[in-house]
Design a protein around this ligand. Structure first.
Ligand SMILES: [Fe+2]
Ligand SMILES: [Fe+2]
Length: 151
């Protein structure tokens, strides 16, 4: 069996996800410091959830006999305004989901990595819907009311 595509894709998911998950964690700490305890905790939990996927892809690479590289780089400026952050995250989330859709066919020969990525993709789609729902809610109830619910 040839697992070159699986290994490359797994490594790139590990690199990207570990970096972006860490941003969620720091955003969570920022939101907590502003008094938005619930929203902050949501993002900190989200970090843990995403690092679980990093762990699964790492295990998959190890199972395939490959020791992963550590190549995590994430450079960004945290966004103070929670609503602006959700808008920015939605853009990234859409790009991420789109690229996962494109990746799927390359995994066709490896059902295990395919299934793992299919489950990860479903999870990322949920995150996308969450962002969309929040922005709809903000449009309906107003920013101040939405922020009150995040305390
Ligand atoms: Fe995320
Ligand atoms: Fe996610």
């Amino acid at each position: 069996m040839e697992f070159k595509a699986s290994l490359e894709i797994s490594q790139s998911i590990v690199n990207e996800l570990a970096g972006s998950a860490f941003v969620h964690k720091m955003q969570g700490q920022l939101f907590k410091s502003q008094g938005f305890e619930k929203l902050g905790q949501k993002y900190i939990d989200h970090y843990n959830e995403e690092m679980n996927w990093v762990e699964k892809y790492t295990d998959r690479m190890l199972d395939l006999g490959c020791v992963p590289q550590v190549n995590v780089k994430s450079e960004t400026t945290l966004i103070n305004d929670a609503v602006e952050y959700i808008k920015a995250d939605l853009v990234l989330q859409r790009e991420g989901v789109e690229s996962l859709y494109k990746i799927m066919p390359a995994l066709a020969a490896d059902p295990t990595t395919y299934d793992l990525t299919k489950a990860y993709l479903a999870d990322e789609e949920e995150d996308l819907y969450w962002d969309e729902e929040q922005l709809e809610l903000i449009a309906q109830i107003g920013k101040q009311n939405w922020l009150m619910k995040q305390m």
